[in-house]
Each structure stands twice: as C-alpha cells, then as structure tokens.
Design a protein around this ligand. Structure first.
Ligand code: TTP
Ligand code: MG
Length: 383
C-alpha cells in the first residue's frame, strides 16, 4: 500500500496500475489464506472439545446408571460426578485457550525484544579536544557495507585534507564516493584502517561532537513540510534571519526564494515536491552552510544547477567560507576544476589526487573523463 501511494507517479508513468493491483491482490490473498487457516483450526477445536465433554458425560451416566442399580450409588452422586467432570473439562478447555494466547504473546515478545536489545554499532568514544580545526585524514581505509554481500566498496584509500582546503572527489557512478565521505561523520565504521578528524580517530569522538564538526548536504536532499526558513534553520536552530539569508545568498538560493510571494515563509510541500531539483539542492546547501561547521561535505549537491549558478556558488564558498574544509563530490569536471586538489576515485580506490592541470598531464582516467565530457557538451570551462 505504502509503496504504491508514495510511488503513484511512477506507477502511472509506466502504466503499471494493473500489475500493481495484482501484486497488492496477491499480498492480500496471502493474508486471507493465513487467517483462514488459523480460523479453520480454531473452529475444529470447539466442536472436538464439546464432543469429548459430552462423550464423557454419557460415559458417566452409563456407568453411573449401572452402579445405581447394582452397587447402591444414589442418583445424586451421579449428578455430582457429572458436574465435577464438566468443571474439570471446562478448566482444560480454558487452559488450551490460554496456551494459544501465550504462544502468540511469546512470538511477539521475541520480536520486540530483538529491537530493544539491538546495540547501536556506532558507540561514543571519549576524546580530548584538539587545537586543529578541519583536518581530515584517511589511512589505509578499506570498507564493506555491513550486512552486504561482503563486497569491498573501498580499498586502501589514503587521503589527507588540510584545514581550509577544497578537495573534489570525481569518479564514475558507483565508484564509492558517497561511501567514502560517509565514513567521515561515522555513519559507518571502517573495516580496515582509520579515519582521523583533527588528528583524532573518529571512533574516539563522542558521536554528537564529531558530527557537530561536519556539515553535510546529502546526494538526495531531504526537505520537510515546513517553511523555507525552518528548513534552512534545521542546520542551526538558533540562527537569526540575517544568518539564514547569508547562507541562502552563498548557496545562490535567495533569487528563487524571493521570487515566491511569501519569501522565506513559503511552505515546502512534503519531500520538497513543490520545488525543482535545483531549488531543493540549493536549500540543502543553505542548510549545510548555516551549520557553520569546520568541514563541509557536498555530495553531488550541485548536479541539478546550471554551470553559471554552480560557478557563482563555488566562488561564494571560496571567498565567504575560506577557512572551512570543503569536500565536494561532482560528476562534471567543469564543477570541480577550480578545487585545490581533485581526487579521482575509480572502483573504490583513489588513483590520483592533484590539481586539475597536473591531472590533465599525468592521469589517464582523468583525461578520459575530460574528453568524454568535452564531447558531450563542450561546457568544460563553465563560464
Ligand atoms: P556509492 O559510494 O554510493 O557510489 P558513488 O557515490 O560513487 O556513486 P554515485 O556517483 O552514483 O553517487 O556506492 C559504491 C558501492 O557501494 C556501490 O556498488 C553500491 C554500494 N552501496 C551499498 O552496498 N550500500 C549502500 O548503502 C550504498 C550507498 C552503496
Ligand atoms: Mg554518490
């Protein structure tokens, strides 16, 4: 149900209504079958119990009748025996009912306990504060997703990013860029090697302290059904309106915000449905900038912006947020050629990490990407 309601547009676009109806019907039928099976079993139980009870009563009357005639038992005794017998059998029947409830309860209890007992894998450490601000270091990092098929996503990654530096991650889709940056705020723990932020292993930080240092705009921007102002202030609830506007300005979002009649008070529909892809991305970047963290991570956050807007955004980052360490993931060379260094990610490895000009001279993969993008649109230089 939920999938179909949320994905209504896709279902309609691909004219899969009938297919989805059948799928839903099948799921429903499964439920009906199971319930029917249980009810059928239960409905056998009552008559069987009744037959047993009444057969027992008949037996008592039969045996009691003979005894009344031959052994001097009184009819009152036989009646009493019948009453006791039905009490006992009623008790047994009740017990069967309770047993059924208890076994259901036990099954539910086991499932609930599983959730309650679940220990968070990412536990707090106890690191002392350091004087460094915004240094990121990855030492021989290897990583595979927990619960995955054990496939190595990152292999022996080494990367040092100095405070204030802008490093871009460039690589084909699925090469592991998102996975690499999600190790920095410790969304996952590395399988091998270590990740250091400001010289301290991320495992030694209190998780909330570590994440306070990092602002991240995710690849798929999450917006809430609130006003634009509240959505941006998510990054820093205490921010004033001026700070909100400054962040939006740097993210090149003010223009579209003020083209709306209600400006910052414009309501955003659920999941940002009322905004275009690029508008959503710019709000997500505004939110990340407002957090004012030491490290800023933009995961493919400008993919829906045109090159001019993107260039203005990076210019603002360079000037206004000069001291912030910036890690920028992008697909287009035009987006990242101004970065201090570009790390080329290929199949879970960093194959080269240098400024644009040097990569153009020495890195074959980079040259390949450059050529393919030049062919597609010739927009390599942005402006
Ligand atoms: P990503 O790190 O998501 O690759 P990417 O960010 O470079 O790709 P894109 O440009 O499209 O954003 O994925 C690397 C591999 O990890 C990929 O094979 C899929 C796998 N993976 C998981 O198994 N679980 C996950 O939660 C994610 C995000 C990726
Ligand atoms: Mg990604």
């Amino acid at each position: 149900m939920q999938e179909n309601v949320a994905g209504a547009r896709v279902v309609k676009a691909y004219v899969r209504e009938d297919y989805e109806k059948k799928r839903f019907g099948k799921a429903n039928q499964d439920l009906v079958d199971t319930q029917l099976h249980i009810l059928l079993m239960l409905s056998y139980m009552t008559p069987i119990m009744n037959i047993v009870l009444n057969a027992a009563v008949v037996a008592v009357i039969y045996v009691g009748g003979i005894r009344v005639q031959t052994a001097g038992v009184t009819p009152g005794n036989v009646m009493a025996a019948i009453t006791y017998l039905s009490y006992i059998l009623n008790g047994v029947m009740m017990f069967a009912m309770i047993f059924q409830s208890v076994s259901r309860g036990m099954a539910s209890y086991r499932r609930i306990k599983e959730v309650l007992d679940c220990e968070p894998v990412i536990a707090d450490g106890s690191a002392a504060a350091t004087s460094q601000k915004g240094r990121v270091e990855l030492n021989h990092v290897s990583f595979a997703y927990p619960g995955g098929n054990g496939e190595q996503v990152l292999t022996d990654v080494n990367l040092v990013i100095e405070p204030g530096e802008t490093v871009a991650l460039l690589g084909s889709t699925g090469s592991g860029k998102t996975s690499l940056v999600s190790l920095i705020p410790r969304f996952y723990d590395v399988t091998d090697g270590e990740v250091l932020v400001d010289g301290v292993n991320v495992k030694d930080y209190k998780v909330s302290e570590l994440r306070d240092k990092i602002a991240i705009a995710l690849q798929k921007s999450e917006l809430f059904s609130k006003t634009i102002r509240e959505n941006i202030k998510w990054g820093n609830p205490e921010a004033t309106d001026e700070q909100v506007l400054a962040a939006a300005e740097a993210a090149q979002a003010t223009e579209f915000i003020f083209s709306k009649p209600e400006g910052l008070d414009t309501m955003v529909a659920e999941k940002g449905m009322s905004l275009s892809g690029g508008q959503k991305q710019r709000l997500a970047i505004s939110r990340a900038l407002l957090k004012n963290a030491e490290i800023l991570i933009l995961d493919d956050s400008t993919s829906a912006l045109d090159l001019k807007t993107e260039a203005r955004l990076y210019e603002a980052l360079r000037t206004t947020y000069r001291q912030v360490t910036k890690i920028i993931i992008a697909q287009r060379i035009a987006s990242v050629r101004g970065a201090d260094r570009i790390a080329v990610v290929d199949n879970g490895r960093i194959v080269a990490c240098a400024p644009h000009e040097e990569l153009m001279r020495s890195c074959e993969i980079y040259q390949d990407i450059y050529r393919s993008q030049l062919k597609e649109g010739g927009e390599i230089y942005g402006e």
